[in-house]
Design a protein around this ligand. Sequence first.
Ligand code: G1P
Length: 274
Amino acid sequence: MKKIKAVIPAAGFGTRFLPLTKAQPKEMLPVVNKPTIQWVIEEAVDAGITEIAIITGTHKQAIENHFKPIEKLEKALEKAGKIKELGEIRKVNELANLEFIIQEEQKGLGHAILCAEDFVGDNPFAVLLGDTICTGNPNCTKGLVDIFTNKKASIFSVEEIKPEETHRYGIVSGKEIERGLMLVDDLVEKPDSKEAPSLLGIQGRYIFTPDLFDYQRSIKRGAGGEIQLTDAIRLMLSDYPVAGYLYEGKKFDCGSKEGYVNAITYLAKDILDN
Ligand code: G1P
């Protein structure tokens, strides 16, 4: 099997978190000891993925800066004998092979994924939303990689949500084929609770065969006037099986105030205890 690559969409304006995210990318907000997007990249790396494209915007240069060597800082730390700190920042520079791709216009998640088509080529690829932290053992992406490697079918993780939350998620229906694994038969992006086919929401972790691009290219603007990834997956269903994986770890949407605060509260326990 070809190597799995990863695409991390991180080009949005962070409107749910204004004014904090006016100049500071939401993916760069600190979650205890590192920015959200570093947690996300580490999840991909822990799942064995090292070729990673970050889809970003010209207004979000801080993301690229965080992962680039800063010679002046390294020299200063070396001179001061701060070897531990030097090691820490070098680790960030060397986390993975990162490629930064600019999404010129913010036309939605599906459009962001299309920006990575050349980078992905004919490899399978994971998608990890850059503002969402997942924790658990195995981590969510690793769980998806293991199932993908075995079943060779596109797959994404889902979670149980409340009826009043359906307008914030892609909602999925299907039938359970193994414990915690379903064969998807329909998806709809951000429906009203009355129209939602179930209470299973897409979490923001996916693995696709490269065929996804054939469908994504033909998708027009959908929910919220955006080009949606969910609509491309729905189209793909007519030709390929797609699986849903009920992830049992924690997920924090750090693009929202509530998710961000919960992430810090939860993750601080582990880090400050150690
Ligand atoms: C995106 C997806 C949606 C998914 C959600 C998870 O929406 O389009 O299907 O359920 O992420 O957070 P967004 O949050 O970018 O509006």
